[in-house]
Write a protein that binds this ligand. Structure first.
Ligand SMILES: Nc1ncnc2c1ncn2[C@@H]1O[C@H](COP(=O)(O)OP(=O)(O)OP(=O)(O)O)[C@@H](O)[C@H]1O
Ligand SMILES: [Mg+2]
Length: 390
């Protein structure tokens, strides 16, 4: 069923009765009172109408040929559980009304009815619907918030742990690098000129050096994302920064026949931020977009003012991100790239930088259509004149 209408709007009602004169008169009088009233002459017609166009409340006669009111009620409750039903029973046949309530009717009225009475019941049934809808929305909102909080906490503790591990790994890495350098220099000495399988040793040392470089890159990125000691705040011309970053990545994009275009609102000039960190963010996001976009694709970098902030959007026409991945892409080490190609740290670092710069980031993606990352940044640091260093 479509969302329940709130009180300020018209109640959508369907009156079902085989007695033409009665049905038409009641419908006409209800319409006059501002109720959007449809009519059906039978249970079958009622179900047909509900299938096409849901209503909030059904006023249903119990005594009808073919499908009677109780049977119709069964069907309504099964297929449209949110629709409220008021039963109209014959005079002195309250048993039908009781049966109706057992089957899920909101209430019943005995014929002959008073319009005011019916109107009161319709409004009560509608209020019940509105209350339930509000409760449902609140419950959804709560569940959503709780999930977001759990995800944020998990991310924060993962980040701290990852940074701790990165710090600890730095020392053994330095030892491996130094010892590899030392072995290389020995291999180059004249006394080992004819050492058997010297080339194999050199190749193995080269591999160790490459591995160490990669590990070093990971630790540096992680530590950079958590430690904020080197934050330098200055007045940054965003247009220049976007230009410069796009320039850095243009070649890689052109090699894949991917176009990068800029749409910059001329009202955007400078903001106070950390240009190096922001450049790291832009490089991470645009690089991801280039990787995800196939030949003939397009990446658009947009800068525009939004309230007292600046919005920077990077939109691509690439492969998109599956729904089940959307929650994970900001986690450290989540990557769908082949082993050795992606560290899975790009977006994790990006998010923690944006947090520290006092900004927000959203992502929207449609599988097979493309992805859009939107960052909103403050024009000035917060009131203390410092960026958040927590
Ligand atoms: N624009 C995008 N389109 C489609 N998928 C994306 C996009 N940006 C990120 N992703 C997905 O998010 C994952 C994580 O991105 P992230 O930048 O954190 O790591 P990575 O790109 O895999 O590795 P690295 O950044 O170290 O090269 C990617 O592997 C990819 O699956
Ligand atoms: Mg990346």
């Amino acid at each position: 069923m479509a969302d329940v209408r709130t009180n300020s709007e018209k109640v959508r009602l369907l009156i079902v009765d085989d007695e033409d004169a009665f049905r038409r008169t009641v419908a006409k009088r209800l319409m006059k009172r501002g109720i959007d009233t449809k009519q059906a002459v039978s249970g079958e017609e009622c179900l047909e109408i509900l299938k096409k166009d849901p209503v909030d409340v059904v006023v249903l006669d119990v005594k009808m040929p073919d499908m009677d009111g109780i049977e119709t009620l069964h069907h309504i409750k099964k297929k449209h559980p949110k629709t409220e039903v008021i039963m109209l029973t014959g005079h002195a046949t309250t048993q039908d009304g009781v049966d109706g309530i057992k089957t899920g009717a909101f209430d019943y009225l005995s014929k002959p009815i008073e319009l005011e009475h019916l109107l009161g019941k319709i409004m009560q049934a509608h209020e019940k619907l509105v209350r339930e809808e509000e409760k449902r929305k609140e419950a959804d909102f709560r569940a959503n918030m709780e999930q977001q909080m759990i995800a944020t906490e998990r991310l924060a503790s993962l980040g701290t742990l990852a940074a701790g591990v990165a710090h600890e790994i730095n020392n053994p890495l330095a030892i491996i690098r130094e010892s590899t350098g030392w072995m290389k220099s020995i291999l180059n000495k004249g006394e080992l000129a004819n050492m058997p399988r010297k080339a194999d040793f050199e190749m193995a040392l080269g591999k160790i050096e490459k591995g160490v470089e990669r590990a070093k890159r990971i630790t540096l990125q992680l530590l950079g994302s958590v430690k904020q000691t080197d934050s330098t705040l200055s007045e940054v011309d965003l247009k220049e920064l976007v230009d410069e970053t796009v320039g850095l990545l243009q070649k890689e994009a052109a090699n894949k026949d991917v176009e990068i275009v800029q749409e910059i609102d001329p009202a955007i000039r400078t903001i106070w931020t950390d240009p190096y960190k922001l450049r790291q963010v832009l490089i991470n996001i645009i690089t991801n977009a280039v990787h995800a976009t196939g030949p003939g694709g397009k990446i658009t970098a947009t800068l525009e003012p939004v309230d007292d902030r600046v919005a920077l959007t990077i939109k691509d026409t690439g492969q998109g991100i599956p729904k089940e991945h959307l929650k994970k892409i900001f986690e450290p080490f989540f990557s769908t790239k082949p082993p050795g190609e992606g560290t899975g740290l790009g977006l994790f670092v990006t998010r923690s930088i944006i947090d520290k710069l006092g900004g927000e980031m959203d992502v929207e993606s449609q599988l097979g259509q493309g992805t859009s990352f939107c960052i909103r940044l403050p024009r000035y640091p917060d009131a203390e004149g410092e960026l958040d260093k927590s």
